[in-house]
Design a protein around this ligand. Structure first.
Ligand code: UP5
Ligand code: MG
Length: 193
């Protein structure tokens, strides 16, 4: 990669609004938005042997080995030609974090971690509502609860790690989309100072 890229990790529970906020930030502020989950869903459709395995991981809300997710992210970062990235939904566990530090630690700077906080009841309602039309195999009550459990058990410790490094910017994700966006922009510009 040419110029050392800047990365904002965007974390939060399933349905907390990571994708919604990243899309708008990318449109209005010119970040390159990369969703690890979206890249995995695309890889699942490739019809490869890997596809069936991935399908199970996604349905069960389990976190795939970092070689796979980070391989896809790294490829997309290079292909985009960008230098400012929103990495949505990664790193989600200790394996992801170790892999990032091993493979990307010297290649990219992490500016901050945007953390969208939202109670489980709100997340569940959003995912079930979206499930009416999304076609996502994990937008059902059973998968949503598994995803939430994985988030609490493996992703929150990652947020705590970044918190101890002083990198976390918390935003209340339960408010309406415009309010969350305004608070997100404020948190990011604060982190850039
Ligand atoms: N919505 C959004 N904001 C709202 C607001 N403020 N008020 C009211 N409604 C709001 O939003 C979800 C829904 O809520 C939408 O209908 C939206 O309109 C509404 P969205 O922006 O999509 O939230 P997001 O946080 O992106 O939710 P998503 O479902 O994508 O989160 P997940 O973290 O569960 O999904 P992701 O795609 O990141 O990962 C899926 C799976 O991939 C994981 O479970 C895991 O199995 C796998 N994965 C890995 O293994 N490794 C990785 O590194 C990443 C993923
Ligand atoms: Mg998403």
């Amino acid at each position: 990669m040419g110029l050392k890229p800047n990365v904002v990790f965007v974390l939060g529970g399933p349905g907390s609004g990571k994708g919604t906020q990243c899309e708008r930030l990318s449109r209005e502020l010119g970040y390159v938005h990369l969703s690890a989950g979206e890249l995995l869903r695309q890889a699942r459709e490739s019809g490869s042997e890997e596809g069936a395995l991935l399908d199970e991981y996604l349905r069960e809300g389990r976190i795939v080995p970092v070689e796979l997710s980070l391989g896809l992210l790294r490829k997309a970062m290079i292909a985009s030609g960008g230098t400012r990235f929103l990495i949505d939904g990664f790193p989600r566990n200790q394996d992801n974090l170790d892999g990032w530090e091993r493979i990307m630690g010297k290649e990219a700077d992490v500016t901050c971690v945007l953390f969208l906080e939202c109670p489980e009841s709100v997340l569940e309602a959003r995912l079930l509502h979206r499930g009416l039309s999304s076609g996502r195999s994990d937008d059902n009550l059973e998968s949503a609860r598994k995803r939430f459990r994985t988030y609490v058990e493996t992703t929150l410790p990652v947020v705590e790690h970044f918190q101890s490094c002083g990198l976390v910017r918390r935003v209340d994700g339960s408010q309406d989309m415009d309010t969350v966006f305004a608070n997100t922009c404020a948190a990011l510009s604060d982190a850039m100072e």
